[in-house]
Design a protein around this ligand. Structure first.
Ligand code: NAP
Length: 419
């Protein structure tokens, strides 16, 4: 039974529906989940309108009214600042915590004010330790490589540690000076005019990320999980990431993982059903491999900084930087989001490509177990691009394309849906 809650967030009543609960890090989705959305700044409102229509249409096509989403607006960014005097109101945080799964458009990074970025802040508040970026080619998308369809990877990037965690001290600061002295007492020299960044990588943080990557590979019949690292140089952080990954595979997936060596010696290079290969590659080699042997890779597990570079490089390879989807996932919360920014110069022009948020929404449907609806979105988006009915960003790179507005592109996707 779905019912109205009497709770309010930011003064808004919650629509009739039910909460998504988490058990063992997995969502338990009712037939009418309440899903908070943040429409986003700049081009966010245009993109969100198109996305909502597409996702609702796919759910109707897939489940004929048996399932639906109770969307609930929460506020962050410029809109929140304007209406509530805060870039991230406490009630928005409470609503996301209450309902567990949310989706957001791009948000402006506030200049000054002590917040690094709203996206980073949300990841930290909800301990969304796993950044997931699937990279897959849609036929017809202009790409810089000859065979973009050969790359089909899902990147699991650690989201909370590494040099990216923001433990940094500027040149001449008291903290930098103190750290330089401390390191000197270990017998190592750092130039006095240095800024200092700390690169912590923990066993706990690495293993919970690798666990999710292996679970995903097994659940989705993916052949390999590749641990990407720079362990030849940074042995106790990057190298440890690799070692802890293998240890985790051996202790928690003993009957379902094989190393490259075992695959060769025991299984004559034929992977038995229900098993996954866990291997590793040095990060610089990985960048070459995704270009030269893309078909050999499937799931990539990386620490934070390597994953940042690799996600965008892979997305660019399939021409999809503008439509790349993403999710930040923790054990009791997940936020699906645009990977591009607010593109402020196009705000309100109904012009930009909503593909990134639409595909993030499709990821969300899959995460909730609504795989049929996700497939409908993917098929219809693929057809729309193949028909060369696209937004300006693709139209300018395709010959013979029909340029559509954001809203028209959304409607074209809906027209191309087959249930
Ligand atoms: P941006 O908003 O990503 O825009 C850079 C350029 O990328 C745009 O001018 C446009 O290129 C293209 N682009 C972006 N989104 C597009 C879309 N949906 N469809 C088609 N083309 C698109 O980057 P920015 O200008 O550096 O950042 C603007 C604001 O967004 C900043 O406040 C930044 O902090 C924030 N930001 C937020 C997120 C997030 O919320 N996840 C991520 C990155 C940045 P052309 O002009 O060449 O067409």
């Amino acid at each position: 039974m779905t019912q109205m809650s009497d709770k309010k967030f930011n003064g808004l009543s919650v629509p009739a529906g039910e909460k998504i609960r988490f058990a063992d890090g997995k969502p338990q989705c009712p037939d009418r989940p309440i899903i908070p959305f943040i429409e986003g700044d700049g081009t966010g409102p245009d993109i969100w309108q198109a996305t909502k229509r597409v996702l609702d249409a796919a759910v109707i096509k897939a489940y004929a009214g048996k399932r639906s989403i109770a969307w609930f607006e929460v506020f962050a960014g410029e809109k929140a600042n304007k209406h509530f005097g805060s870039w991230l109101p406490e009630d928005s945080i409470k609503a996301i915590r209450e309902f567990g799964v949310a989706i957001k458009g791009p948000l402006t990074t506030p200049i000054g004010g002590g917040m690094r970025s709203l996206n980073v802040t949300l990841r930290q508040i909800f301990d969304l330790y796993c950044c997931v970026r699937p990279v897959k080619y849609f036929a017809g998308v202009p790409s810089p490589v000859v065979a973009p369809e050969k790359l089909d990877v899902v990147i699991f990037r650690e989201n909370t540690e590494d040099v990216y965690a923001g433990i940094e001290y500027p040149i001449d600061s008291a903290e930098a000076k103190q750290l330089i002295e401390l390191i000197a007492s270990f017998g190592k020299t750092i130039r006095p005019d240095s800024g200092i960044g700390i690169k912590p990588i923990s066993r706990f943080g690495s293993q919970r990320l690798v666990r999710r990557a292996i679970q995903y590979a097994l659940e989705h019949n993916r052949r390999t999980v590749t641990l990407v690292h720079k362990g030849n140089i940074m042995k106790f952080t990057e190298g440890a990431f690799r070692d802890w990954g293998y240890q985790l595979a051996a202790s928690e997936f003993a009957s379902s993982w094989v190393s490259e060596e075992t695959l060769h010696t025991e299984f004559q290079d034929r992977l038995p059903p229900g098993k996954v290969i866990v291997n590793d590659r040095i990060a610089d080699s990985m960048f070459q491999q995704v270009l030269s042997r893309p078909e050999e890779y499937s799931v990539l597990a990386t620490a934070n900084l390597n994953g940042d570079y690799l996600s965008d490089a892979c997305a660019a390879q399939v021409g999809g930087l503008g439509i790349a989807p993403g999710a930040n996932i923790g054990d009791d919360c997940a936020i699906f989001e645009a990977t591009h920014g607010t593109a402020p110069k196009y705000a309100g022009l109904d012009m930009v490509n909503p593909g990134s948020v639409i595909l993030s929404g499709a990821m969300m449907l899959e995460f909730l177990g609504w795989v049929e609806a996700k497939e409908i979105v993917h098929d219809a988006l693929g057809k729309t691009i193949q028909k060369k009915t696209v937004t300006y960003d693709f139209a300018r790179m395709m010959s013979g394309a029909t340029q559509l507005r954001t809203s028209e592109f959304g409607l074209a996707i809906i027209d191309n849906m087959v249930g």
